[in-house]
Design a protein around this ligand. Structure first.
Ligand SMILES: Cc1cc2nc3c(=O)[nH]c(=O)nc-3n(C[C@H](O)[C@H](O)[C@H](O)COP(=O)(O)OP(=O)(O)OC[C@H]3O[C@@H](n4cnc5c(N)ncnc54)[C@H](O)[C@@H]3O)c2cc1C
Length: 260
């Protein structure tokens, strides 16, 4: 494991400044980033602790009906929240199906959508694959049972997040704060394909922090559901997942189906 320092910044601006420095990495629940660090897959000078930042906390259903999820809200809080279960069902179900109770009590909304792929070549510290800056995606001629079957290339990873398909199906946007100020981006556009850059899965820039995820109010006749199939029934990442959002009581006015 790399030696590293943990810095707890006093405010959001200091956190962003620290993260703009080369070698510093954010951590929220720490579930993925500490794992990657232990395996020396990411090396960093310092871990910047986002957990105490007030702008990143809290769940709120606004008077408009929009849902605001602070980036450091835990998966267990999302899964158990009565209003999310009722109005944003697919999101509560996706959070509740992720991992184990212990991990859901640590893992956060921001960390879940930013977790790195589970590809065993990427996770193997002895393999310098395309995703780590090498020149070969070993899944093509290798063990690729859990890799992309739709599209893919030049790297064939799949994204492991449970929350991402549910949030995309419900048209969620992320609010991002960084050195250039604040921006908002639909999650559908936030995630990027390996064709853009095989080393990355999203468009977050150095120094940028996701502060919140906003989900627009669903209509009174909207229903949503998240389902996944996994190999190990106790806990596991999904082999396949689907989030479906339908608007309309008798006639379907709008339907969104997002697969993971
Ligand atoms: C055994 C096991 C089973 C699992 N099963 C599932 C599963 O079924 N489904 C599933 O979805 N996940 C699963 N996971 C993964 C787990 O849910 C994620 O690792 C966890 O949610 C990550 O959240 P975190 O807050 O701990 O992120 P961290 O590890 O703290 O961070 C993850 C990444 O996000 C960055 N980051 C975190 N927050 C922010 C922010 N606000 N702004 C900018 N960058 C940020 C960090 O720099 C890091 O790169 C499993 C994990 C394990 C160990």
């Amino acid at each position: 494991m790399n030696r590293f320092e943990v810095i707890t910044p006093a405010d959001l601006a200091s956190a962003s400044r620290l993260l703009a420095e080369d070698g510093n990495v954010a951590f929220a629940g720490g579930v993925d980033v500490v794992d990657l660090s232990k395996q020396s897959i990411v090396s960093h000078a310092a871990l910047v602790n986002l957990k105490g930042l007030k702008e990143l906390g809290g769940i709120e259903v606004r008077p408009s009906g929009d849902l605001r999820l602070g980036a450091t809200v835990k998966l267990s809080e999302v899964a158990e929240h009565p209003a999310i279960r009722e109005k944003f069902t697919a999101i509560a179900e996706a959070a509740g199906e992720a991992a184990t109770p212990q991990i859901r009590n640590l893992g956060t909304v921001g960390g879940n959508i930013l977790q790195r792929p589970r590809c065993w070549y990427f996770r193997n510290p002895d393999v310098n694959c395309l995703k780590k800056g090498g020149d070969t995606c070993y899944s093509i001629g290798g063990l690729n049972r859990y890799h992309a079957i739709l599209g893919g290339g030049p790297s064939f990873i799949v994204h492991p997040s449970n929350l991402a398909p549910a949030l995309i199906a419900m048209r969620a946007s992320a609010t991002i704060v960084g050195p250039a100020g604040q921006r908002s981006i639909e999650l559908e556009k936030f995630f990027t394909l390996p064709t853009v850059d095989p080393k990355r899965e999203n468009s977050l820039k150095p120094g940028e922090i996701i502060t919140e995820v906003i989900v627009p109010a669903p209509s009174a006749s909207t229903r949503s559901h998240y389902l996944e199939a996994r190999e190990k029934q106790s806990f596991d990442w999904p082999l396949v997942s689907v989030a479906v959002v339908l608007d309309g009581a008798k006639t379907v006015r709008d339907a969104r189906v997002v697969m993971g």
